[in-house]
Ligand binder design. Sequence first.
Ligand code: SF4
Ligand code: SF4
Length: 125
Amino acid sequence: MKLIGEALRNLGKRPFTEKYPDEKPKVPLDLRGKVIHIKDRCIYCGICAKYCPSGAITVDRKNKEWKIDYGKCLFCQQCEEACRDIVKKNAIKLSSMYEMINRDKSEMVHKDKADTTPPGQPLPR
Ligand code: SF4
Ligand code: SF4
């Protein structure tokens, strides 16, 4: 009897559940989502990697390669703050993207490599 009463009371109300992924939820613009690396601003100093508490970022300073494993990221924003406040480069931004689903763990790894071709030289193939 109690259940029927509850059901009748909720008949006219909208569902509590969301229709994700058919309907995407509205997220705040300052959501700490997917980490974006802005390659052209990066000097490959490795400070972001030092501040990353989960070891998600690795930087090969010699070969100028920046790498992130999104599977390890905690979305804490410390890399962005370190790059902005210590290095003054603003080469990392946490975006409002929240969908990072992959079937394979290796697809969670993203690499950026600096273009080390001297000016005037053809780009490597
Ligand atoms: S701290 Fe900034 S400039 Fe330094 S390696 Fe990280 S992203 Fe690049
Ligand atoms: S958001 Fe936090 S956990 Fe993720 S890469 Fe940056 S410092 Fe590491």
